[in-house]
Design a protein around this ligand. Structure first.
Ligand code: DNO
Length: 353
């Protein structure tokens, strides 16, 4: 198991790599090139520069999150083949610096959705919150505008203001395609890229839909055991895999996360481990990592990875903003660093038991 920490790059992340390096028991970072729009090739020089920056700080970078997929690919629109070719060129350039895993998602139009980015808890910490009613009464565009307001100008991946401006138009394009057509578009993409993933020795790890139920009438693919099975059956290659995100799948109480981990072991090169706290009506906020702070049994989750021989990468997922810090919602330094020591502690106890 290798423990890594998400870092958004020098221009987009207020946390310096020097601080990240001081987190105990850390192997490296998972990062991205945030300023390259989906559909374009990541130039080799830019990839090499990112790699140099991280390795000069004494850290490794073997996982990328995310290389985003252009809407034309998701929609099966004319022009998708060219964007897929660009995607494959990006994979090649990433393999040149030793990247082993690419995390991506196939969520239509929007990435994760919350009602509040900095919801204040009684102890004064601030965290992401999902209030169902607020979300159901929103449109993607009004949510994007709310994020822009709440995040104080930080561009969130997938929610960049220039994309949000076109949300209403793009959502209409999605409403014209059926759920089955959406599955076909995913299959087309997977069939095109997996032979190259194998060749470049990069494991592709799709991220589940967050939250795992349909929003705004948009199609959903990666949200439960059956659909993960269907998606992974597109190719039997171990290079076609899953990012197991406990928070995304665990929001649906029907999803038995430890059982899903055991079932798909071998096809999970990357894990996002976080805890969350359900409120009585099913709303939830993202809590600190320990079991006693949220609704998940983190021991059972980590044990499922450990007992199935997991040898991939783990990162702590969203944390709260604590100790007066400000920064990217869900991605402050302190709570995630404590998440790492907690998860590492669980792992060590399992190793020695
Ligand atoms: C949220 C993240 C997601 C994830 C993408 C992967 O914080 O887990 O935004 O990076 O869905 O493509």
């Amino acid at each position: 198991m290798k423990m890594i920490f998400r870092w958004f790059g020098e221009k987009f992340d207020p946390i310096p790599l020097q601080y990240i390096r001081q987190i105990p028991a850390l192997d490296g970072v998972v990062t991205t090139l945030m300023d390259i729009p989906a559909g374009e090739v990541w130039p080799l020089e830019a990839v090499q520069k990112m790699h140099r920056t991280v390795t000069d700080a004494g850290l490794r970078v073997e996982v990328i999150e995310s290389v985003n997929i252009h809407e034309d690919i998701k929609l099966g629109a004319p022009g998708r083949d060219e964007k897929i070719e660009n995607y494959i060129k990006t994979m090649k350039n990433l393999s040149a610096v030793g990247v082993k895993v690419i995390c991506y998602n196939f969520m239509p139009l929007i990435d994760w959705a919350r009602s509040h980015l900095f919801f204040e808890l009684p102890d004064g910490s601030r965290t992401m919150f999902f209030n169902r009613e607020t979300v159901l009464n929103s449109t993607p565009k009004s949510m994007g505008e709310r994020y822009a307001q709440q995040s104080g100008g930080i561009a969130l991946p997938g929610w960049e203001p220039e994309r949000v401006a076109y949300f209403d138009q793009t959502i209409k394009r999605y409403q014209e395609i059926s759920q089955e057509q959406y599955w076909e578009n995913a299959r087309y993409f997977i069939n095109a890229i997996i032979p190259w993933a194998q060749r470049y020795d990069i494991r592709m790890a799709i991220h589940p839909d967050d939250p795992p139920w349909p929003l705004f009438g948009l199609p959903r693919l990666i949200n439960n055991r059956e659909n993960i099975t269907r998606f992974l059956s597109f190719s039997q290659s171990p290079y076609h895999g899953l990012t197991l995100c406990t928070g995304s799948l665990g929001v649906d109480p029907q999803n038995d996360v430890p059982a899903i981990i055991r079932e798909f072991a071998g096809r999970i090169p990357f894990a996002h481990i976080r805890n969350l706290k359900f409120l009585e009506n099913g709303d939830f906020y993202e809590s600190a990592h320990p079991s006693q702070c949220g609704s998940f049994d983190m021991y059972e989750i980590v044990k499922a990875f450990h007992s199935s021989g997991f040898d991939g990468y783990i990162r702590p997922d969203h944390g709260r903003m604590i100790f007066g810090e400000s920064g990217r919602p869900g991605y402050g330094l302190y709570d995630r660093a404590m998440g790492i020591t907690y998860l590492t502690g669980l792992w060590e106890a399992l190793e020695k038991a």
